[in-house]
Write a protein that binds this ligand. Structure first.
Ligand code: ATP
Ligand code: MG
Ligand code: MG
Length: 530
């Protein structure tokens, strides 16, 4: 069972493959360039990449689904390309849905001529109602010529044209509501970020997907399970237009507790200043989780381990960060920091009068990380939290040094330690002490640091459809502690991942520079749900 478990771990849970792969596999990742990638998108990208490249040695297309001129921006497109690179995903081709506006237009005309699509000017609300109740539109049986005339008007983007849309003529009352005459074209006179004002009509996602997939040679269209109902519609378009077959394959959406995975809402977080930007460590974006200290390997493993499960579950962040810990622990050099505002200076009797230093390994189990300089002297600082737990004559362990006995301890009225004298007892057994404490010699250039921890932005595990997220914002989500760290920390660079003994893992967000403290973000490890 253990080897079985190991095997599963290595290959992910993707033993279940795609159907009919004999003629090769082409998949596509189709983001809308209207925001930065979040980890839900990363799931879709990783799975498409996994099937196209790792499993079937086929082709992966990155297709910008840029059919909505109102929301899209070049900035987002560039960020998506970069984020995929960060994820180690190399698409073989980069395309745009807008590359096919002419073809899509022509297919629409073909459908109108063949009587499988019609123009409709039913008001949106009424149309929604009619679709719910299975009532045909008054325009449903209009002639192809009349429909074409309306379509021409839409193409002009005229006032009259703006009133109309084109709908596929599939069914009025199919139990599957996706089959109830979906809209395939809308009029929108706004300029498009790539095609400018060439077009005043834009195809809907439902219409583009099957057509562009087919034209581009996609063999398997992987979609999240909310599209399940739309698979029938997708297949209907392929048949109606006599296009090459494409398989649909569904996987579950990624959801996390206390997290919103919606570009629209994340955009609001950024625009309203709730966060510093798209790469804020509290954001569930690819950039955000990386800045928080998630490694690409961990993200990939986590996603592939979810496997082909179709259950939509609200995941806890615990496993996500626990997976990450496996990757960072072996490469995180060990350093020491104390809480500057709540520290105690102690005198160490028995330490040599002259400070001395030794080179110690940064990581006992990873020699490749090299060494650090540890300074020993009779004047050290400790965390107040540790010092105030000491009792007179208690034997404690100074980590990476040895045992010491508490010889004198003075406290103020609040119980805080104001003076402390320790006596080294290096012959003492470190296994026998209850307290192993971190300390720093004051005879070195201690480095000012800021240790920053974060909390979830949202207080509620799962927001309901009609919940307003503004009503569930965590009042404080950023916690800064001023600290002092050993002098080796000056060497660290932005992006380095380290451990401060007994404080946990951190990613360097800003390296130390003269006069400015180094900034470290705490990396969650899955404990305490964070
Ligand atoms: P959002 O609501 O956040 O904008 P979207 O689906 O509208 O999501 P797209 O840019 O269209 O965003 O998505 C690109 C791809 O990512 C699609 O294939 C989509 O199904 C997939 N995707 C989006 N969100 C998730 C998620 N939470 N889990 C898995 N896949 C997702
Ligand atoms: Mg979408
Ligand atoms: Mg969306």
């Amino acid at each position: 069972a253990a080897t079985e478990e190991k095997k599963k771990e290595e290959s992910g849970n993707f033993e279940i493959g795609l159907e009919d792969t004999s003629k090769g596999v082409v998949t596509r990742f189709p983001p809308e360039p209207s925001g930065y990638l979040h980890i839900g998108h990363a799931k879709a990208a990783v799975i498409n990449d996994y099937f196209a490249h790792d499993k079937y040695k086929g082709t992966l297309i990155l297709r910008f689904d840029d059919t909505n001129p109102t929301k899209e921006k070049e900035e987002f497109q560039d960020s998506i390309v970069e984020d995929l690179e960060l994820l180690g995903i190399k698409p073989d081709k980069r395309t745009h849905t807008s590359d096919y506006f002419q073809e899509l237009h022509d297919y629409c005309v073909q459908m109108i001529k063949e009587g499988t699509a019609y123009a409709d000017d039913t008001a949106q609300e009424v149309m929604r109602q009619q679709r719910m109740e299975g009532i045909p539109s008054k325009e449903r049986d209009a002639s192809p010529d009349a429909n074409l005339a309306h379509f021409k008007e839409m193409e002009k983007g005229s006032e009259e044209g703006k009133r109309w849309c084109i709908r596929a003529k599939i069914s009025v009352d199919d139990p599957n509501k996706a089959m109830r005459d979906p809209v395939i074209y809308r009029c929108n006179p706004q300029p498009h970020h790539r095609t400018g004002s060439t077009w005043k009509i834009y195809p809907t996602y439902d219409f583009c997907c099957p057509i562009v997939d087919s034209i581009e040679g996609v063999t398997h269209a992987l979609r999240t399970t909310e599209y399940k109902d739309r698979d029938a519609q997708y297949q209907w378009f392929l048949k109606a237009l006599r296009l090459r077959n494409v398989y649909n394959w569904d996987f579950s959406r990624l959801n996390f507790i206390r997290t919103l995975l919606s570009k629209r809402k994340l955009t609001k977080f950024v625009d309203t200043g709730l966060v510093w930007g798209w790469d804020d460590p509290r954001m569930p974006t690819v950039r955000g989780v990386r800045r928080r200290g998630c490694t690409v390997e961990a993200l990939r493993e986590f996603i592939l381990k979810q496997g082909p499960s179709k259950n939509i579950v609200n995941l806890d962040w615990t496993t996500f960060w626990a997976t990450n810990k496996k990757y960072i622990d072996p490469i995180a050099g060990r350093y020491t920091a104390v809480d500057n505002k709540n520290s105690v200076t102690a005198t160490v009797r028995g330490a040599s009068a002259q400070p001395h230093s030794e080179q110690k390994e940064l990581h006992l189990k990873n020699k490749e990380l090299g060494t650090k300089k540890v300074v020993y002297s009779s004047s050290i600082v400790l965390d107040q939290a540790d010092a105030s737990s000491f009792a007179q004559d208690e034997e404690i362990t100074l980590m990476n040094w040895g045992n010491a006995i508490v010889r004198s301890i003075s406290r103020n009225d609040a119980g805080l330690v104001t003076g402390l004298e320790l006596e080294l007892n290096l012959a003492g057994d470190v296994k026998k002490t209850k307290k192993k404490v971190t300390w720093l010699s004051k005879d070195q250039a201690l480095v000012p640091v800021e240790l920053v921890d974060f909390d979830f932005l949202i207080t509620k595990d799962k927001l309901d459809e009609d919940d307003n997220y503004e009503d569930f914002l965590t009042p404080q989500t950023e916690f800064r502690t001023e600290g002092l760290a050993d002098e080796n920390v000056v060497r660290l660079r932005e992006g380095d991942i380290i451990q401060f003994d007994r404080k946990g893992y951190f990613r360097v967000d800003r390296a130390y520079s003269e006069g400015k403290p180094a900034v470290f973000f705490q990396i969650p490890t899955g404990k305490g749900g964070k």
